[in-house]
Design a protein around this ligand. Structure first.
Ligand SMILES: C[S@@+](CC[C@H](N)C(=O)[O-])C[C@H]1O[C@@H](n2cnc3c(N)ncnc32)[C@H](O)[C@@H]1O
Length: 361
């Protein structure tokens, strides 16, 4: 013990506690989003005193002040002392996009929305490490589904129709003419509804095993008045197996599935010979070393995998357990071939975490 450099111990402790700082500040970001603090700062759009910010939201000033001190110390929000010596807080333009503008593709509050539910999984996980069995998405409750929805909607809202669908060979004209479409692992249904709205002659069916996600999708379907979409649980109504679909989509869900190889075979059976499967999954690399070296978010992703993605993928006996970084291109390609697909093309679409593949029979 005496040979250990005390400075090395200090530095290592610092490293460990920076992780706790991140987790605690993430909790404060959750509160900023949930209480509308960022929205208020964005809409008032000037340096605000604590009294101004708290009275705008009818919140207790001392609590808002301590929150603001955390956020400014973490450099999430900005701090200036005004010419009367009062503390004021404000958002940089780029912070407004990430923290407060739900319509912006850079909006990032979805994962923070579901932080309490994600962290609550820690109570169940010691048992999972002993038994090997994980928990599906519904273990995160209804707010878990809303968090997923808010995570994926902003980018999809901005880019699915103008950028992603046109990148698929011949798909826009098929959809314009009237095509049969399935969105697998549809979550709260945003992508399915957008496709149905933009292509009113096509029929879109969203499939998900989460009742909370399906409830959200049903609510949004009713609110939208869209008539050519519906949502089902594939355990009650499986994908058709008669080669009748023109397009199948799967956004950020195959790595979460307990039996992805079976699902890929079912997708292959559902598609027409000239049909298309749009597979969107995390831009993982082949080995742990590559992910750790090249992906600055690798530790976040492996952790989310334990609490959410891999847990879901091990939530039934015999689960494949791929997890967040478990479906790199090489594996997706090999599994697609195994499922009977013969063509596999990576699309030239720039996304911070996802890769896009056109997979065809
Ligand atoms: C990360 S979410 C993505 C949801 C949605 N595609 C989106 O982009 O917002 C993964 C979804 O896959 C669903 N899922 C997992 N296994 C599934 C399966 N075997 N069949 C259908 N959906 C599944 C989960 O319930 C969850 O809603």
């Amino acid at each position: 013990m005496t040979d250990i450099d005390p400075m090395a111990v200090k530095l290592f402790s610092f490293l460990v506690f920076t992780k706790l700082e991140g987790a605690v500040t993430a909790g404060m970001i959750h509160l900023g989003d949930r209480l509308g603090l960022y929205q208020a700062m964005a809409s008032l759009d000037r340096p605000l005193t604590i009294d101004e910010l708290s009275s705008h939201l009818s919140l207790a000033p001392r609590w808002v002040q301590e929150w603001a001190h955390n956020q400014a110390a973490a450099k999430v929000i900005e701090f200036t002392r005004d010419d009367r010596g009062r503390e004021t807080f404000w958002l940089r333009p780029e912070a407004r996009m990430v923290l407060a503008d739900e319509e912006n593709p850079a909006f990032g509050m979805g994962m923070f929305h579901r932080l309490p539910q994600t962290m609550a999984a820690l109570e169940r996980l010691p048992e999972s490490f002993r038994t090997g069995m994980g928990h599906d998405y519904d273990s995160h409750g209804p707010e878990g589904a809303v968090g997923i929805e808010r995570s994926f909607e902003p980018w999809s809202n901005a880019f699915l129709i103008p950028l992603v669908v046109p990148a698929l060979d011949g798909v826009v004209s098929k959809l314009d003419g009237g095509a049969r479409v399935a969105d697998i692992g549809c979550g709260a249904g945003g992508a399915a509804l957008r496709l149905a709205q933009r292509f009113p002659r096509s029929e879109v069916v969203g499939y998900d095993i989460s009742r909370y996600a399906l409830d959200r999708a049903e609510t949004k379907l009713r609110e939208s008045g869209v008539a050519n979409a519906r949502f089902v649980d594939p355990r009650r109504e499986p994908l058709p197996d008669d080669g009748s679909l023109d397009l199948v989509t799967a956004f950020d869900c195959v790595h979460d599935m307990t039996h992805p190889a079976d699902v890929m075979r079912a997708i292959r059976r559902s598609l027409k010979p000239d049909g298309t499967w749009l597979l969107v999954d995390i831009k993982a690399l082949d080995t742990f070393e590559e992910n750790a070296a090249k992906n600055p978010m690798a530790s976040l992703m492996y952790g989310i995998s334990v609490m959410s993605c891999m847990s879901s993928a091990l939530s039934a006996p015999g689960g494949a357990g791929l997890g967040t970084l478990g479906l790199p291109e090489s594996k997706a390609r090999a599994m697609a071939e195994e499922a009977g697909f013969t063509r596999f093309r990576r699309l030239d679409i720039d996304h911070s975490v996802n890769a896009f593949y056109e997979v065809r029979p």
